[in-house]
Design a protein. Sequence first.
Length: 148
Amino acid sequence: MNFDQLPALNATLNALSTILLVWGYKLIRAKKVQQHRKVMVSAFVVSIIFLGCYLLHKWHLYTSTGAYNTTFQGPGSWRIVYLVILVTHVTLAAAVPVLALITISRGLNMRVELHKKIAKITLPIWLYVSVTGVIVYFMLYQWFAKTV
């Protein structure tokens, strides 16, 4: 695999996670508990794969450039937008694995009321992180990418 393709793969995994999260939410609203379980566990697995690919990308960047991050190349006004999205994305992303593990554990153990209570917190944060992950990708690698 070409390591330079990891950002696109990561954005794809984030987008897939978003789709699975919305699908899982719709399933539970329709009271399709078993399907909901499968889809939400799938969303978690996709997120774990994303995390592995993300860390691999950080390692590759560091070993090839000496920096862990890609520099934003957009104009000043967009830089502020990018930084706001990035800071909120990274901050909330740190909470997602813990929240997701607790939420999934409670759901799989049929602790329904506790599951519902934390899922109301976990779902919007997880969705925000997965959607903004795609936006960060586009801002860094598509919309404002430096052409050589």
